[in-house]
Design a protein around this ligand. Structure first.
Ligand code: MG
Length: 388
């Protein structure tokens, strides 16, 4: 019987790949919901091709255009952020793939988990901001979270059949991004074009900048803490520029398991949708001989202070990771808009964490308020020495 699938963020990088997985799996999946923010043209063509029952368009003006275009098709159009949350909680779906970007993905995840729907989670910001809240709701609703982030998918696959008590540590791999070998003294001159040029992965703009600052790896450490219920001390990072080993698990006897594959998001997306099975696919195969060499090094914490900030926020706990996440998001967009320098991104986040009064993060409203505070702080923040 076909599994009913909702894809949140279907016009983004993850969403477009998810629809390729749907094409690959044929009749095993039925798309019942799709969502977009401002890409009306693409969501209209996706809706015509996949015939979902409902689409959500979070930008109200785009929603009106989409509604007109789909009039008479029988496809319902939900508008605004509330429409997105409504679609996430739609029980017509067996599984909801959350491919949204940034903090906007959190409330839809909370809604799906509350409704008892399984979530294939690509939006790492959900667990970064609300890991405590979401795992608490999960225990009551029975909703399961299947990781789509490639590192977490790798760890999940390595843990099949294993006992939690036997884990010594998780080792997240990271490519090191475009500035792995660039001299630290030249970081002040990094341009947005340079930062958007990732060596291995083709992704959206926000996560590509997060990879360049390595905040992406920091956010993934926090995500792993909640997905696998392990403390920060048991989650390590190793740099692996080829992006072939997607992550590893070390067990108490010293045995280490790894998961390998080409850097292609279709693989972890498909596994989250077919779990516990691996389904046939025709995409490019991993050829280890052609790759030849796999190399590893420690992350450079001085060049990439975002990693340390993420570990610090995780250790502080409560609303600190939510503040880290939202301050980072604003800093990334301000960098892309040419308002601050690349090296100001960690400075801004560090200032936000310093000024924030941390609270328990077990209520949605508390997390919302911490996020709103961080957004306001980050928008007003000025690098020291510049007029305010
Ligand atoms: Mg990742």
């Amino acid at each position: 019987m076909a599994k009913n699938l909702t894809i949140l963020g279907s016009t983004g990088s993850i969403g477009v790949n998810a629809l390729k997985v749907v094409d690959n799996l044929g009749s095993a999946l039925q798309v019942v919901g799709l969502s977009a923010h401002t890409n009306g043209e693409l969501i209209i063509s996706q809706a015509r091709a996949y015939r979902p029952q409902r689409v959500a368009v979070s930008d109200p003006a785009t929603a009106r255009t989409v509604e007109k275009a789909l009039a008479g098709s029988g496809i319902e159009v939900l508008a605004g952020p509330a429409g997105l949350v409504e679609l996430a909680a739609d029980e017509a779906a067996d599984i909801c793939l959350n491919g949204l970007v940034g903090a906007a993905g959190m409330e839809p995840t909370v809604a799906a988990v509350k409704a008892g729907i399984d979530v294939a989670l690509s939006n790492k910001e959900s667990l970064v901001m609300a890991g405590d809240l979401i795992t608490g709701i999960q225990r009551r609703s029975g909703s399961r979270i299947f990781p789509v982030d490639s590192e977490h998918s790798a760890i999940w696959q390595c843990l099949t059949g294993e006992d939690q008590a036997d884990i010594r540590r998780l080792i997240l791999t990271g490519s090191g991004g475009p500035f792995r070998t660039r001299a630290r003294e030249t970081f002040g001159a990094i341009t947005a074009t340079e930062a958007l040029n990732h060596p291995n992965w083709s992704m959206g703009r926000k996560i590509t900048i997060d990879s360049a600052t390595m905040m992406n790896k920091g956010l993934e450490v926090i995500e792993a803490r909640w997905l696998f219920d392990l403390p920060a001390e048991q989650i390590a990072i190793v740099i692996h520029p080829q992006s072939i080993i997607h992550s590893l698990v070390e067990f108490t006897d010293g045995s280490v398991k790894a998961q390998l594959g080409l850097p292609d998001m279709k693989l972890p997306i498909q596994y989250a949708l077919t779990y516990p099975r691996h389904a046939p696919a025709r995409w490019e195969e991993l050829n280890l001989v052609r790759i030849g060499e796999l190399t590893f090094s420690d992350p450079d914490l001085e060049k990439f202070p975002c990693i340390g900030l993420a570990y610090a926020a995780l250790k502080t706990g409560g609303t600190a990771p939510a503040v880290l996440n939202v301050a980072n998001e604003e800093a990334v967009y301000r960098f892309l808009d040419g308002e601050i320098r690349f090296v100001d991104i960690p400075n801004l986040i560090s200032a936000a964490l310093e000024h924030h009064h941390q609270q328990d993060a077990d209520e949605l409203e508390t997390i919302r308020q911490a996020g709103a505070w961080a957004r306001e702080f980050a928008r007003k923040w000025r690098p020291s020495g510049t007029p305010g």
